[in-house]
Design a protein around this ligand. Sequence first.
Ligand SMILES: NC(=O)C1=CN([C@@H]2O[C@H](COP(=O)(O)OP(=O)(O)OC[C@H]3O[C@@H](n4cnc5c(N)ncnc54)[C@H](OP(=O)(O)O)[C@@H]3O)[C@@H](O)[C@H]2O)C=CC1
Ligand SMILES: CC(=O)N[C@@H](CCC(=O)OP(=O)(O)O)C(=O)O
Length: 303
Amino acid sequence: MTTAVFIDGESGTTGLQIRDRLEARDDIRLVSVPTEHRKDAAARKDAFAEADVSILCLPDDAARDAVILAGGTRIIDASTAHRTAAAWVYGMPELPGQRDRIRDATRVANVGCYATGSIAMLRPLTDAGLVPHDHGVVLTGVSGYTGGGKALIAEYEAGTAPDLYLYALTQSHKHIPEIMKYGGLTRKPLFQPMVANFAQGMMVQLHLHADLLPGEIAGHARIEAALRDFYHGDPFVSVEMAGDRIDPQATRDTNRMILSVQGDGAGRVTVTAVLDNLGKGASGTAVQNLNIMIGAKETAGLT
Ligand SMILES: NC(=O)C1=CN([C@@H]2O[C@H](COP(=O)(O)OP(=O)(O)OC[C@H]3O[C@@H](n4cnc5c(N)ncnc54)[C@H](OP(=O)(O)O)[C@@H]3O)[C@@H](O)[C@H]2O)C=CC1
Ligand SMILES: CC(=O)N[C@@H](CCC(=O)OP(=O)(O)O)C(=O)O
């Protein structure tokens, strides 16, 4: 039996990557609208009606409109529009109990790219009580320029964007609400992202003065052990020893995420997540969520 899948926004950065991961599969039949009708409501409504599952790869406002057009089809939304909405299931399979919720869901909000790394580091530590929920958390991140979609890609390809820049300087990055809700934080974290001159790849870091946390010192070894326990047996997330350098492009074109713990071996600890912003941070997890929803092998179409 095949599952009919419509990717709304399939010619965009995320949509193309999802298409690449699905088109060779014999358990999936892709439903498409001709390129010239890609913004035509009637054509898209027909595609939604034909699909068993539709994946939205659109800007937030267009994604909200698409949900109205979509009727009863099951949806995975790659945008930020529904990530903390009560009626939506958060599409981060690694969270406790989340695979069962995703399997039964009709509306899945795919996790954001920086949020994937941030929550992956935070949640094991807040669940284990090593980082208190109201801790003043500091996160930094660097993304490849494809994270900014077609518009930012065009700037880099034209050579008009700087090799590295900081942005979201007012502490209002769009991923903060989902990082708080699913990372287990009650206090807004500091989060400083940047973009660098490479296409795909991402690194997110959590910086901790673990010796100042309450209770027994949540040092390097306990933090690493909590991460290893949380991800034991996970098909895509691993906790590894980092060498002298960490490459944000190390998992390019894969659905893998590598976590590592660095520091002085005592109280000053940095946890690092490396993932592909377009892979594990977007299209890879969308396909992983699709696999869970349709009862396919979770790793199908993914490396
Ligand atoms: N890039 C990334 O790393 C990540 C992106 N995402 C999310 O995925 C979504 C898509 O991002 P991305 O692929 O980067 O963006 P792109 O700009 O590359 O692609 C967006 C696509 O949506 C199409 N589109 C825009 N408006 C409409 C509309 N009203 N109806 C139908 N199609 C429309 C665009 O067509 P046209 O070009 O013709 O305007 C384009 O093909 C965003 O919500 C983003 O937040 C999620 C995680 C990571
Ligand atoms: C480099 C860059 O601009 N990155 C985007 C995040 C990527 C994105 O739009 O997607 P998700 O929210 O769906 O993860 C940003 O910081 O707004």
